[in-house]
Design a protein around this ligand. Structure first.
Ligand SMILES: NC(=O)c1ccc[n+]([C@@H]2O[C@H](COP(=O)([O-])OP(=O)(O)OC[C@H]3O[C@@H](n4cnc5c(N)ncnc54)[C@H](O)[C@@H]3O)[C@@H](O)[C@H]2O)c1
Length: 263
């Protein structure tokens, strides 16, 4: 098992990716805290996962963009399972809004949740890791959007670009303490895996699939396997990495024809 008897604090644990990440970490031997602002959904997911691989799973509720709420959730998780030595930031919000329509509060919320929230959870744990000499590992769920502009994505793509850079800065600051900070940048993941042959595709999904060499959308497990690797000692010399898990959609001009005979 990749992370046997480790303890993982997974934000967004009630969500599509956070729930899948929790499941794989449990299967790989960790005990897991699901932290989510949707408390009932986190509790329900914890109940579904209870008993997986004989590991313990608990839910804590709060808003990760609020420093006091993060401190409380960390205290509750320590009381329930002990101090986590893995943090996975899998929470997030992803509104799509043209620049001309943005209100400042809506803009600020995206950065507060996606960037500040990820900083606060790692900050809260890293302080304890440094004080206790614990070589923890953090994994931020970024997005392929961090390196790929699209209409309506100014705040979201910007927030994920900030997550990428924050990951690298944290890798530099915490590396001397043996603490690793990496990110996974997923491509498109909807509730059910779809291909271009699937019926009733949203135009956005259809165009994304045309630019995806592996010709399907992702599943939570695709991301969770990468997170488990980055949280484990198998990646002991990996820090500051941004691992793109996108079915290849990040590879540039993925659906352009050959240039033969171009004049
Ligand atoms: N699904 C995709 O295609 C995709 C692609 C790239 C990146 N991502 C990123 O992966 C992460 C998870 O996405 P998802 O598809 O699982 O979304 P999701 O909406 O299913 O889950 C997100 C979870 O985060 C929680 N959350 C939101 N704001 C919070 C806050 N302030 N405090 C605590 N919890 C909060 C929500 O309650 C929810 O349970 C996000 O950061 C998203 O940007 C998703």
């Amino acid at each position: 098992m990749l992370v046997e008897d480790r303890i993982a604090f997974v934000t967004g644990g009630a969500g599509r990716l956070g729930g899948a990440i929790a499941e794989v970490l449990l299967r790989e031997g960790a005990h897991v805290v699901l932290a989510d602002r949707n408390g009932p959904a986190a509790k329900a997911r914890a109940e579904e996962l209870a008993g997986t691989n004989g590991r313990r799973v608990v839910a804590v509720a709060g808003d990760v963009s609020d420093k006091a709420a993060v401190a409380r959730m960390v205290e509750e998780s320590v009381a329930a399972l002990g101090l986590a030595d893995i943090v996975v930031n899998a929470h997030g919000i992803f509104p799509n809004c043209p620049v001309l329509d943005y209100e400042p509060d809506a803009w600020d919320e995206i950065f507060a949740v996606n960037v500040r929230g990820s900083m606060l959870t790692i900050q809260a744990h890293a302080r304890r890791w440094i004080d206790g000499g614990i070589k923890g590992a953090a994994v931020n769920i970024s997005s392929g959007a961090a390196r790929s502009a699209r209409a309506g994505g100014a705040a979201y793509t910007g927030s994920k670009a900030a997550v990428n850079m924050m990951t690298e800065v944290m890798a530099i600051e915490f590396g001397p303490h043996g603490i690793r900070v990496n990110a996974v940048a997923p491509g498109l993941i909807v509730d059910d895996v779809v291909t271009s042959e699937s019926p009733d595709l949203h135009p956005y999904v259809n165009m994304m699939l045309q630019g995806t060499p592996l010709r399907r959308t992702g599943k939570g497990e695709d991301i969770a396997e990468a997170v488990a690797f980055l949280a484990s000692d198998r990646s002991a010399w990996t820090t500051g990495a941004i691992l793109e898990i996108t079915g290849g959609s990040h590879c540039g001009r993925t659906h352009m024809p050959l240039t033969q005979n171009l004049r």
